[in-house]
Ligand binder design. Structure first.
Ligand SMILES: [Zn+2]
Ligand SMILES: [Zn+2]
Length: 225
């Protein structure tokens, strides 16, 4: 059994995990150790929680990165825009973020679905690329299957990857929502997750963190049949 050492960080950087919203979506706040922060995903209610951490630590938030367009990851996006924080989103997710009602798979009472407009600082990601934000190199990997616009943000310097709903601790993302495809998802897991270094700490959109090495060994799904 591999033991997870979640305390180990290669630098003075820190990653905060902040579950928020009706589906307990993980917001991740990366503190770069030099007064700046990046935030991954924007579930409803996550903005206040993440900004409270940033404020407490005196961090300037430089960008919001969205793993995919599902409502439970994006409904607070406009709040970040209003605060002058640029948003990064894959082109196949941008319509779902701009018009969340267009992609609502099931009714969620009490959830507001306001449309938004992209600002000049926002970035639509057209292809796999490497971003440099807050002094960190962030490799953007396309990983469709759960959702056509799913991406993984891999930060090699942190030995961390933010995988959205592609793979979870001992599980995988659902593929029964519009645009979902099980064989495409498994292909993404084989070629985009399991090719990361074994010691990469995976930060899924829901539930606990895990390691590439552990999911290769213990994930109950068979990816190579
Ligand atoms: Zn999702
Ligand atoms: Zn989700």
């Amino acid at each position: 059994m591999v033991v997870l050492d979640l305390q180990e960080q290669p630098t003075n950087m820190q990653i905060h995990t902040i579950p928020a919203g009706p589906l307990e979506t993980n917001v991740f706040l990366i503190d770069n150790g030099a007064g700046e922060a990046l935030i991954i995903d924007a579930p409803p209610g996550g903005y206040e929680a993440a900004m409270a951490v940033a404020q407490e630590k005196g961090l300037a938030v430089k960008a919001l990165l969205l793993t995919h367009g599902h409502f439970d990851h994006v409904l607070d996006t406009a709040r970040y825009q209003e605060a002058g924080i640029p948003v990064y989103v894959h082109r196949d997710s941008e319509e779902m973020v701009r018009d969340p009602a267009s992609a609502m798979p099931f009714p969620m009472p009490g959830i507001e679905l306001d449309t938004l407009e992209w600002g000049s600082d926002d970035q639509i990601l057209e292809e796999e690329t490497t971003l440099t934000l807050a002094g960190l190199n962030i490799q953007v990997l396309n990983a469709p299957g759960h959702c056509p616009g799913s991406v993984i943000f891999h930060v090699a310097d942190l030995k961390a990857a933010f995988v959205g709903d592609v793979i979870f601790y001992r599980s995988v993302g659902r593929t029964d929502l519009p645009g979902g495809n099980g064989s495409v998802l498994f292909d993404s897991i084989r070629t985009k997750v399991f090719t990361l270094p074994d010691e990469t700490l995976l930060h899924p959109g829901h539930g606990p963190l895990t390691l590439v090495e552990e999911e290769k060994q213990f994930n109950p799904y068979s990816f190579y049949d």
